[in-house]
Design a protein around this ligand. Structure first.
Ligand SMILES: [Zn+2]
Length: 195
């Protein structure tokens, strides 16, 4: 089921997510709804706070990135099949060189900015069956995970840009809060009731 995506300015996007227990109500259904909602909006990742839940859960499917021409065949193949659910993720290490990538966010439609992040991460998480894993990722996959991980820490990519750029997008962010944003997926806006 497709559910509304919470827009910039919604307080839940600023909460540090709580740990999820295996008994969390309707967890399987929540995850299924998040996948439906992410695919419907052509996203590559979605975090629980973006659908109104302040918990440490996010999902990723990098398939839409896989046909990018400036990637190696190997990277394309890797991105094509990378689909994962992260529960109670804990970032253990971010290292490697910092690099810039033009990021966007389903909660912040029509805003894209270059964000600098480390190339490689080591992350601990539980999968959907609550098996604990520790894995290393790099490149675009690490990038998407870092963006989604920020969501469960209450951080948005717009927090990571220069003061000047923040000033330049201020009006756009205000418009999103006021519900004056029109992506082709359902959203819930901070200052607009009844949608
Ligand atoms: Zn996002």
């Amino acid at each position: 089921m497709i559910i509304p995506i919470y827009g910039y300015g919604e307080p839940v996007l600023r909460k540090v997510g709580e740990e999820v227990t295996p008994e969390y109500p309707n967890l399987k259904e929540i995850i299924a709804n998040m996948y439906d909602t992410m695919y419907n909006a052509y996203g590559v990742g979605l975090a629980a706070p973006q659908v109104g839940l302040p918990i440490r859960l996010f999902i990723i499917d990098t398939e839409p990135f896989s046909d990018s021409d400036d990637l190696s065949k190997e990277e394309q193949t890797q991105l094509k099949s990378f689909k994962k659910t992260f529960i109670n993720a804990k970032m253990l290490l971010e290292d490697g060189e910092e690099w810039s990538f033009n990021e966007g966010c389903l909660s912040i439609p029509d805003v894209r900015e270059d964000v600098s992040r480390n190339e490689r991460i080591t992350i601990e998480y539980h999968d959907e069956a609550f098996n604990k894993k520790t894995e290393i990722f790099d490149g675009l996959i690490a990038r998407v995970i870092q963006h989604e991980y920020d969501h469960i820490e209450g951080v948005l990519f717009t927090d990571k840009i220069s003061m000047l750029k923040k000033t330049l997008i201020k009006k756009k962010l205000q418009n999103i809060m006021d519900g004056k944003a029109f992506p082709d997926y359902r959203m819930k806006f901070a200052n607009k009731k009844g949608r």
